[in-house]
Design a protein around this ligand. Structure first.
Ligand code: GTP
Ligand code: MG
Length: 233
């Protein structure tokens, strides 16, 4: 089995190295899983691409900006049967990745998203971010009737083949709303077995790229627009 780890990067030289290093490659080897790591970089001006390359990752340059845009390109490039994601800022527990994949397989799931609130670590999320994320998660639950506690979590583990069962990748949002849109598409699909599992979030390394008010309001507006146009598959 082949696993692809896809990471979007924009000036993450401080976090990309430890993010890649925290994957427990030994556990992958024990299970006979083949792993590829790739970053999709929107023209970082620091040493992100060099550090990633030195740590064994494939570097894809995507000149078009945006968190969602990076994933759209990365998912097309990923060769794995299973795709795993997360920020390149050392916040997500990549050391647990093999356990999450074990769960995907043992419970015969298609899509896993992680709930960072379950074991939020000290300074993992600023108080205003926490309120914003909880608020967006509430709106998503209310509008779409899905049981997701953390709509903005960026760590997902899923079978690549689900991408054929949801709206075409190119239709997805190019920005931060990509995260909530993928969850809506996966949880609302009748053909996809999706689950949210308890997880963690560590303190960020490097400067955040998210703009609290701009991105938060954009995410909120997106949810209402998506609700109007959404048709269940
Ligand atoms: N390729 C690419 N990556 C991006 C872009 N914007 C953000 N990213 C990456 O997407 C991930 C998420 O961005 P963050 O700034 O960590 O957003 P966040 O997690 O909501 O904010 P924090 O809680 O402060 O970490 C990081 O790995 C960023 O480097 C972009 O335009 N292009
Ligand atoms: Mg982050």
């Amino acid at each position: 089995m082949k696993v692809s780890v896809v990471l979007p990067t924009l000036n993450e030289e401080e976090g990309i190295g430890s993010t890649l290093e925290s994957i427990n490659y030994e556990e992958f080897k024990k299970r006979d899983w083949d792993i590829e790591t790739l970053i999709v970089d929107s023209g970082s001006t620091d040493m992100t691409r060099e550090v990633a390359h030195a740590k064994g990752a494939r570097v894809i340059l995507e000149e078009r900006k945006g968190y969602g845009r990076a994933y759209k390109t990365g998912f097309k490039e990923a060769k794995g049967d299973i795709i795993c994601t997360g920020d390149a800022d050392a916040t997500y527990p990549f050391d647990e990745l093999h356990n999450y994949i074990d769960l995907l397989i043992s419970e015969d799931l298609d899509f896993i998203t992680t709930n960072r609130f379950a074991e939020l670590q000290k300074k993992g999320m600023a108080p205003h971010h926490k309120i914003g994320n909880k608020g967006l998660s509430f709106v998503l639950r209310f509008l779409f009737r899905v049981k997701i506690k953390d709509s903005q979590s960026g760590m997902w583990v899923f079978r690549k083949k689900i991408l054929e069962k949801i709206q075409p990748l190119e239709k997805f949002n190019d920005g931060m709303p990509f995260s909530e849109e993928l969850k809506i598409e996966a949880f609302k699909s009748r053909d996809i077995k999706a689950k949210e599992i308890p997880s963690r979030l560590y303190q960020r390394r490097g400067k955040e790229k998210m703009h609290f008010w701009k991105d938060g309001l954009h995410d909120l507006g997106f949810l209402f627009k998506k609700r109007i146009t959404f048709t269940r598959k």
